[in-house]
Design a protein around this ligand. Structure first.
Ligand SMILES: *Cc1c(COP(=O)(O)O)cnc(C)c1O
Length: 380
């Protein structure tokens, strides 16, 4: 039995669109180069196929959040030898040898992380590669400006390390005109001037898609690669990458006064046709979409009627032509009529959360028609 055939819905991931999005960003930031943020299983889309496709297109800097994510990619043996795998959150105490063993590069976010990585380098007599993060105003990860100056004054603390990159992160990159971006950029320039010659990376998707004087050496796009709008404006989205198609499980017509779903929060006001699909909050279709979100059937909008259940959603399909309504009929949850930013808006969240919540019960199809042989030379 092919279980996929009986899944509640099929999630399609267009790796060609993903690669085209990466190429657009890579060209747009030239002479900087685009890396790719593939943390959280490449925002839910599958780290292995995503890394494979982007590596074939010439991407050489891959960013994950955790050591375990780096290990999974390393163990799949899909990285070109000149690619760098960078762990954004850095390492928990004791994780240093495991990181060195797979050749991943930790981001050093605190004096403590610097000391522990340098200690391993001294102990093993190997000059270990490192990325340094400086906090330019987000107060999340990275050395404070004072800690950066202290580190600069004590060069022996970095002597056993090979400093490959200095990074920081913008808090407001999705609103390019925000003054905070200018302030953070100025702080980044000031702090990184203490380490001349070390490559730099500041921009995520928002920064990388903002027209400005420069993008330093590497950019770190995530959401824009996966089709989400990098800026507050939905029109800033590149190509959509995911689509999700469910199928009708059951149809019924209910009389006025009849309730639908848990809590009977939807009550029919007129004869109403209800279609049930086999996708629910266990599949990442947020319960916040109860009575708010939509699906599309042959291009016709079908509002969600009542609460979202764990394994099913009820749709009001009244008025949709009969020929489109039958058990097994396709129902668009993500596609040409409704993208991840539309669903995010209805759910009161951001496209990142829609993607990273996509469940594990879908059949998954990867489209990768075009062999991506158009490689620019590997990054320095
Ligand atoms: C997640 C993350 C990114 C990617 O952000 P997007 O907004 O998805 O482009 C870049 N840099 C850091 C440090 C991150 O944590």
């Amino acid at each position: 039995m092919n279980q996929d055939e009986y899944a509640g819905a099929t999630l399609s991931i267009d790796l060609d669109a993903l690669v085209a999005n990466w190429q657009d960003i890579d060209r747009g930031v030239s002479p900087a180069r685009a890396g790719a943020v593939v943390k959280a299983n490449a925002y839910g889309l599958g780290a292995i196929p995503v890394v494979q496709a982007l590596a074939a297109a010439g991407c050489r800097h891959f960013f994950v959040a955790l050591l375990g994510e780096a290990q999974e990619i390393h163990d799949a043996a899909i990285l070109p030898p000149d690619a760098t795998l960078i762990i954004l959150n850095g390492l928990m105490p004791g994780a240093e040898p495991a990181c060195a063993a797979i050749g991943a590069v930790p981001v050093l976010n605190s004096p403590d992380q610097v000391a522990r990585w340098a200690a391993l380098a001294s102990m093993t007599g190997r000059r270990l590669p490192a990325v340094l993060q400086v906090d330019t105003g987000m107060s999340r990860l990275g050395l404070t400006p004072d800690e950066v100056r202290t580190l600069h004054a004590r060069p022996e603390r970095l002597a056993s390390l090979d400093l490959r990159l200095i990074i920081s992160h913008l808090a407001c990159a999705d609103t390019p005109d925000n003054n905070a971006n200018r302030a953070q950029t100025a702080t980044f320039d000031r702090l990184t001037s203490l380490f001349p010659g070390v490559p730099r990376a500041l921009d995520n998707s928002g920064g990388a898609t903002t027209a400005k004087a420069g993008h330093y050496d590497i950019v770190r796009p995530g959401i824009a690669l996966y089709g989400g709008a990098p800026q507050n404006d939905p029109a800033s989205a590149l190509r959509p990458v995911v689509s999700l198609e469910a199928r009708i499980v059951q149809l019924r017509t209910i009389t006025p006064g009849t309730g639908v779903g848990y809590g009977l929060t939807f009550v029919a006001e007129r004869p109403t046709r209800i279609a049930t699909i086999a996708v629910g909050y266990a599949d990442g279709w947020s319960r916040h979409l109860s009575g708010k979100g939509s699906a599309f059937i042959a291009g016709h909008r079908a509002p969600i009627a009542g609460r979202i259940s764990m394994d099913s959603i009820t749709l009001d399909v009244t008025g949709i032509p009969d020929e489109h309504l039958y058990p097994g009929a396709p129902v668009e949850l993500l596609g040409p009529h409704q993208g991840i930013d539309d669903v995010a808006r209805d759910a009161g969240t951001i496209s990142y959360e829609i993607l990273t919540s996509l469940g594990h019960r879908y059949a998954r199809r990867y489209r990768h028609a075009a062999e991506t042989r158009l490689q620019r030379s590997a990054c320095a």
